[in-house]
Design a protein around this ligand. Structure first.
Ligand code: IMP
Length: 538
């Protein structure tokens, strides 16, 4: 007995003693989301409480569904915005286990070409190599070297990819030659090739043993299908998490369209290019245009997965689910570039929106995507805990190398342009557009205006801003950071997978806490004179 006379319980009974409480410490998700008491919540307004760790973070499985039939190994998507997702971002996102949604603020043919490039991508293989014919001249090789910096060029009978491979030329073949010498006289015809279907590691081995600079890949008729470069050997990693269509084994391709009649023609081109997932891009998805479009798509292209939206409440979700949506995009006004809530007085705080829609939609087997307002790993985990199958990110990815546009300096910082699709700049496409889309024609049927139902208005009302975001390096390092970050977070919560997290929340075992304004200050860095915030190292 302690000297002050008080009696304590036997420490060995601590776990047993928990049972004397009515429920676990903290709040269930329903209590957390009791909006009559607190108002709508954002991700910053709450925390998850820690659980028990008895497994390494690397064991945590982040697999999750984004539509009825598409499972991703990492729950990450990039936004269909013209400063976020074009070919490079879409390929990188898919290789790393997520999906990039190709934007539609561009002519349909260009968007379709991007979809085709994603579908044709085979990691490490160059599927659109520069090709010349035997009648090209030595000076053409020098010209390619001057313009593109390489000169190991395959020669086919017709000078095109798909033509019969007849030789290869390198800089040395043309070095001391008259520039007008035809390549048929200088090309190497003693070729080392590999057959279509070869794996990357097998092809890499041949390349290494052959001591050649390039390895042409040919089909059974000897026609050139792709090329492997020695200079890429070290860069060719394998991507075990890659998002691939299980039947074709090609990367998944996703793209956005609007809901106008012309979007049906656009969609036809995208489908022909191999599209797997279509996103109906609207800031307010509960419209007759969208429900009719979903019904039409499901009838015309039953193999396509349709993600509808955006929605923030049950009623909107119900319309789109009833029309046949395979997934829902959730968010209105939460995007970092967004002024919708300010201007339209319509929207919903994002955490509440995700929870309310997910709670309803999952009853029908329809996954939801938490779109907008994701600023860090914690936000991602919170979205998943509230029932999201994945998060969609714009601003967080816009500063990566793979986002469209060039870096420039703003107030001493290296940045890239990032703009809302409802900004006047995006709606006026081309007029003073920042680096990403500079020079594109203004005569497009403008996708950005249709997203905000303003194509027929004389006065365009902005719902977004245009600005820039800081350099984040390559998405090929940044996305793995987000992935490992999510694994560590789920380990803290004491769950081994996204599925276990969501089950735990439903069963009230995973608990939450509200964060007051001062708790939010306490939870950030405070009291330091100065500091550096480095998020990860590789
Ligand atoms: P972020 O990740 O917070 O930057 O938000 C990106 C999301 O904001 C996108 O996926 C869109 O849903 C949304 N969005 C894009 N452009 C605009 C806009 O101009 N106004 C409002 N929302 C936008």
């Amino acid at each position: 007995m302690p000297s002050d006379g008080s009696t304590y319980l036997d420490p060995k009974t601590a776990l047993e003693h928990l049972k004397t409480y009515n429920e676990p410490d903290g709040l269930s998700v329903e209590d957390l989301m009791n909006d009559h008491l607190h108002g709508g919540l954002t991700y910053n307004d709450f925390l998850l409480l820690p659980g028990r760790i008895d497994f390494p973070a690397s064991d945590v499985v982040t697999e999750s569904k984004i539509t009825r039939n598409v499972v991703l190994k990492t729950p990450f998507m990039s936004s269909p915005m013209d400063t976020v997702t074009e070919t490079e971002m879409a390929i990188s996102m898919a290789l790393l286990g997520g999906i990039g949604v190709i934007h539609h603020n561009q002519p349909a043919e260009e968007q379709a070409a991007m979809v085709r490039a994603v579908k044709r991508h085979e990691n490490g293989f160059i599927t659109d190599p520069v090709v010349l014919s035997p009648t090209h001249l030595a000076e053409d090789v020098l010209d390619v070297k001057a313009r593109l910096g390489f000169c190991g060029i395959p020669i086919t009978d017709n000078g095109l990819l798909g033509g019969k491979l007849v030789g290869i030329v390198t800089a040395r073949d043309v070095q001391f030659r008259d520039p007008s010498t035809p390549l048929s006289q200088v090309m190497t015809t003693d070729l080392v090739t590999a057959s279509q279907g070869i794996t990357l590691s097998e092809a890499n081995n041949i390349l290494r043993d052959s001591k050649k600079g390039k390895l042409p890949i040919v089909d059974s008729e000897g026609r050139l299908v792709s090329l492997l470069a020695r200079s890429d050997l070290l860069k060719n990693q394998s991507y075990p998490l890659a998002s691939k269509n299980p039947e074709s084994k090609q990367l998944y391709a996703a793209a956005a369209v609007g809901t106008r009649p012309s979007d049906r023609d656009r969609l036809a081109l995208l489908v022909e290019a191999g599209l797997d997932i279509i996103i109906l891009d609207s800031s307010q998805g509960n419209s007759i245009y969208q429900t009719e479009m979903i019904e039409w798509i499901k009838k015309t292209y039953p193999q396509l997965e349709v993600i509808a939206g955006n929605v923030v409440n049950r009623e909107q979700a119900a319309s789109l689910i009833a029309a046949g949506a395979d997934g829902l995009r959730v968010g209105m006004g939460s995007g970092s570039i967004c002024i919708t809530q300010e201007v339209m007085a319509v929207g919903r705080p994002q955490a509440t929106a995700v929870y309310r829609v997910a709670e309803f939609a999952t009853k029908f087997g329809v996954p939801v995507i938490a779109d907008g307002g994701v600023g860090n790993v914690g936000h991602i985990v919170k979205a998943l805990s509230l029932g999201a199958g994945a998060v969609m990110m714009g601003g967080l990815l816009a500063g990566t190398e793979e986002a469209p546009g060039e870096y420039f300096y703003h107030e001493g910082k290296r940045v890239k342009a990032y703009r809302g699709m409802g900004s006047l700049e995006a709606m006026e496409q081309g007029k003073g557009a920042p680096s990403a889309t500079k020079g594109r024609s203004k005569t497009l049927d403008n996708a950005a205006t249709s997203r905000y139902f303003s194509e027929s208005s004389a006065i365009k009302v902005a719902q977004g801003v245009s600005g820039d975001v800081q350099d984040k390096g390559s998405v090929r390092a940044f996305l793995p950071y987000l992935h490992v970050g999510v694994q560590h977070s789920l380990q803290d919560v004491g769950v081994r997978s996204v599925a276990e997290l969501q089950r735990g929340v439903r069963e009230k075992k995973v608990r939450f806490e509200l964060r007051t304004a001062s708790a939010q200050v306490e939870g950030g860095v405070h009291g330091l004179n100065s500091y550096k915030k480095r998020l990860f190292s590789t």
